[in-house]
Design a protein around this ligand. Structure first.
Ligand SMILES: [Zn+2]
Length: 216
């Protein structure tokens, strides 16, 4: 848990150092839950206080570093090469908080008025986000009237256009069991007389997803 705080503190220090006008940031920890980073940027549109809020979401926990890194790169030795950053979590999802603040700064630099923006950066996404909803409940009032949620946790196929992910795979978990016998029978006796349990299982799964077309 100490590690998570360090990661959050690092991000918080960078964000605070940007001195964004109208900015407030807090590391929040509900009892028995992983901590989150919560920030608010005051809107600059006329009448911003009465207009809907934009919520940016990301996470700062990461998958384990795994092996297979190129010999001149590594998870703990971040490196810039040809304008790209290589290191653990540079994509999923260490960038989210930095990109959010950089976007707000870019708007301010160009004198583009922006709505009130709040950010929620969690630290248990890779474990299935068990703590996210309790934080949404706890911060609901402070988030305000959210009209747009931007999740910075996806990929881009190139840098020439804006890429949006409109849906993600869902997940169903369960145990599928196919039983054709109540006791073991020697293969020499049963082959050809009894149906194959694997073939039945394939057909059952095909009812959920057509294996030829992927149609659900
Ligand atoms: Zn992610």
């Amino acid at each position: 848990m100490g590690c998570l705080y360090l990661v959050l503190q690092r991000a918080a220090d960078w964000v605070n150092a940007q001195k964004v006008a109208g900015f407030k940031l807090e590391i929040i920890r509900l009892l028995g839950r992983t901590p989150v980073l919560f920030f608010e940027v005051a809107g600059t549109k006329p009448d911003a206080a009465n207009q809907p809020t934009v919520l940016v979401y990301g996470h700062l926990d990461k998958q384990p570093e795994f092996d297979g890194w190129r010999s001149d790169l590594g998870p703990w030795t971040p490196k810039y090469m040809a304008d790209k950053l290589y290191g653990r979590g540079s994509a999923d999802d260490g960038y989210a908080v930095y990109a959010s603040i950089a976007s707000v700064l870019a708007l301010k630099k160009q004198n583009v008025a922006h709505p009130r923006t709040v950010g929620l950066i969690e630290t248990c996404e890779e474990s299935g986000s068990p703590d996210l909803l309790p934080y949404v409940d706890a911060l609901r009032k402070r988030m305000g009237d959210v009209a747009l949620v931007i999740c910075l946790d996806s990929g881009a196929g190139n840098y020439d256009q804006l890429w949006l992910t409109t849906s993600l795979r869902g997940m169903i978990s369960g145990t599928l069991q196919v039983e054709i016998l109540t006791e073991g029978i020697h293969s020499g006796d049963a082959s050809g007389l009894l149906p194959s349990s694997f073939r039945i299982m394939r057909q059952v799964l095909d009812r959920l997803e057509d294996s030829k077309t992927g149609h659900l």
